[in-house]
Write a protein that binds this ligand. Structure first.
Ligand SMILES: Cc1cc2nc3c(=O)[nH]c(=O)nc-3n(C[C@H](O)[C@H](O)[C@H](O)COP(=O)(O)OP(=O)(O)OC[C@H]3O[C@@H](n4cnc5c(N)ncnc54)[C@H](O)[C@@H]3O)c2cc1C
Ligand SMILES: NC(=O)c1ccc[n+]([C@@H]2O[C@H](COP(=O)([O-])OP(=O)(O)OC[C@H]3O[C@@H](n4cnc5c(N)ncnc54)[C@H](O)[C@@H]3O)[C@@H](O)[C@H]2O)c1
Length: 491
């Protein structure tokens, strides 16, 4: 027998993005919302991605900073953080449950805090797998949920494992294992040269992995960023002993005794990995980490019930609405726009405002209803050592878009950077629209540059003319004074 319940808004997927969409759609109104979640409320980001990865990277960064100044250096004698302390900190940040969690129904992490937040915001949490079964109708087990106003798809993405002979059979690690690492392999091959690969390589080295090989298909790390960003990370990883092989991929894998031992544990004995391309060769490793991108989670959401394709991203217009279905929204990783938590949450705020406006019969005649930053002002911080932050277009992307640009760039060498350490090394560049004289993009590499990027984001979104930006005075002595060096070049 099927029970039927109705809400104003039903969200499928309770990651950071789904949570925000539900919240903004009902905030300050008497509308009701339910989030359907088949795993943990808080999603990939809280337990398997952003939070554990940044927790794993924190101690190594803190140690690096302490070791860069006389006085603290003498007190921080080890070059690597203490592994068990790092894992404990990661477990604290993610609410990881110990292995005796069978009595909790096999849950891996505690999401009670997230559920309390949702209930406090007036959102009901429904545990189970959600599927669309018709217009405004979602089935969860034997329950039928009817949405009066909107259904929001916020199902996120899953790690892609390329169809390489023997790879899937070898049960390789994905980012879920690397972030929830419990057993530290001695020898690892990482497939990929993107953000996950670079950050994971950094914390694997921190934790004591000694034989780390990266198989990178292209000719540089972090290919969507300015080339100097990937070059500096490559230099740092090499200096710590990593073997970076560009123009290389895995051709075949043989792991005779692969076993599904759970997230973060070694998935069997050694594997023989054959590399092809410029760095061809054969390796024996204790684990393989696949960091080869992600696929939008659209395959089992019932999109076919609406005649929509269940492959690839669920695309949307700038109101985050699926074309032809004005009650259906798609936000976060699943829509294929930008696979970043903060951009997904931005989309969720816009979608929530759009749902509220449509429910109240208001026109969508304001920029708050348009997710314009998705196209031109996407910031990102990569928490490697050195840290990288970027926003907007690179020089190459601007050229591809046919925009005439001016570029200012140089070493970060100001009083604020020297005070972080006499050997401070960093680099920055800005890309400027030569016709409109406004910023299009910025990239910063170096310790503590993650906090610089928001200033560039504000300048891009605000379309601040350079002549006006000159009057935004950075404080002395901070790393932000690099802005003066860059703007000086453009006067
Ligand atoms: C290792 C790693 C590190 C990262 N670090 C960062 C970072 O530092 N900063 C950053 O901005 N981004 C980072 N990201 C990207 C970030 O994790 C994602 O962009 C973000 O999690 C997307 O949020 P989401 O809510 O769209 O999807 P998710 O977080 O994937 O949540 C989707 C939720 O939907 C649930 N679900 C799926 N299908 C169904 C269904 N049919 N029924 C019910 N529930 C369902 C899932 O269980 C999940 O809880 C990282 C990614 C990885 C892999
Ligand atoms: N700090 C952050 O903001 C952060 C951290 C981690 C992840 N993320 C986001 O999560 C998403 C996923 O990250 P990712 O690094 O997995 O994806 P990605 O798309 O950034 O990188 C994937 C890499 O794998 C390579 N690759 C794919 N197939 C391959 C093959 N068969 N052989 C060799 N190389 C292959 C690609 O060339 C690419 O370099 C990204 O959108 C990223 O921005 C963000």
């Amino acid at each position: 027998m099927v029970g039927e319940t109705s809400y104003d808004v039903v969200v499928i997927g309770g990651g950071p993005v789904g949570e925000n969409a539900a919240d903004y759609a009902i905030r300050g109104s008497d509308r009701t919302a339910a989030i359907v979640e088949h795993e943990l409320l808080g999603g990939e980001c809280s337990y398997w991605a952003c939070m554990p990865s940044k927790a794993l990277l924190g101690p190594g960064n803190a140690l690096g900073e302490a070791r860069s100044l006389g006085g603290s250096r003498e007190r921080a004698s080890a070059s690597n953080p203490e592994p068990s302390g790092v894992l404990e900190w990661r477990d604290t940040v993610t609410g990881r449950l110990d292995d005796s969690s069978a009595h909790r129904g096999g849950a891996t992490h505690d999401d009670a805090g997230q559920v309390r937040w949702a209930n406090g915001a007036g959102i009901e949490v429904i545990r189970g797998h959600g599927r669309l079964v018709g217009e405004k109708q979602v089935r969860v087990g034997d329950q039928l949920l009817t949405a009066r106003e909107a259904v929001v798809i916020a199902t996120g993405s899953t790690a892609s494992v390329p169809p390489i002979p023997g790879l899937r059979e070898a049960l390789p690690w994905t980012s879920r294992d690397a972030t929830n690492i419990l057993e530290i392999p001695e020898r690892v091959v990482v497939l990929g040269g993107g953000v996950v690969a670079c950050e994971a390589a950094t914390w694997l080295l921190d934790l004591g992995v000694r034989g780390l090989v990266m198989a990178i298909r292209g000719d540089r790390l972090l290919p969507r960023m300015e080339p100097f960003a990937g070059e500096r990370v490559a230099d740092a990883l090499r200096a710590r002993g990593a073997d970076l092989r560009f123009g290389t991929t895995i051709e075949a894998v043989d792991r005779p005794d692969a076993t599904g031992s759970g997230y973060g544990r070694l998935h069997g004995g050694p594997a023989v990995v054959r590399l092809t391309g410029d760095g061809a060769g054969e390796l024996t490793v204790d684990e393989i980490l696949v960091a080869a991108g992600r696929s939008p989670a659209t395959t089992d959401v019932g999109l076919d019930a609406l005649g929509l394709t269940a492959e690839g991203p669920l695309g949307v217009d700038d109101h985050l609405t699926v074309p032809g279905h004005p009650w259906l929204y798609s936000v976060g990783d699943v829509n294929g726009r930008n696979a970043l938590t903060h951009m997904g949450k931005y989309q969720a705020r816009v979608a929530g405002d759009v749902i509220a406006a449509r429910a109240e019969g208001r026109e969508l005649d304001d920029i708050r209803y348009v997710a314009g930053s998705d196209h031109a002002a996407v910031p990102q911080v990569v928490f490697t050592r050195p840290e990288i932050s970027s926003v907007g277009l690179t020089r190459e992307q601007a050229a591809d878009a046919g925009i005439d640009v001016r570029v200012a760039e140089g070493e970060i060498s100001v009083a604020g950077s020297y005070l972080l350490g006499p050997d401070y090394s960093g680099y920055a560049s800005v890309v400027v629209d030569a016709t409109r004289d406004v910023l299009l993009g910025a990239t910063f590499v170096g310790p503590q540059t993650g906090e610089l990027v928001h200033s560039a984001t504000v300048a891009i979104v605000g379309e601040v003319p350079l002549a006006r930006l000159w009057h935004a005075v950075p404080s002395y002595p901070t790393v932000s004074e690099v802005w003066l060096r860059l703007l000086d070049q453009l006067r």
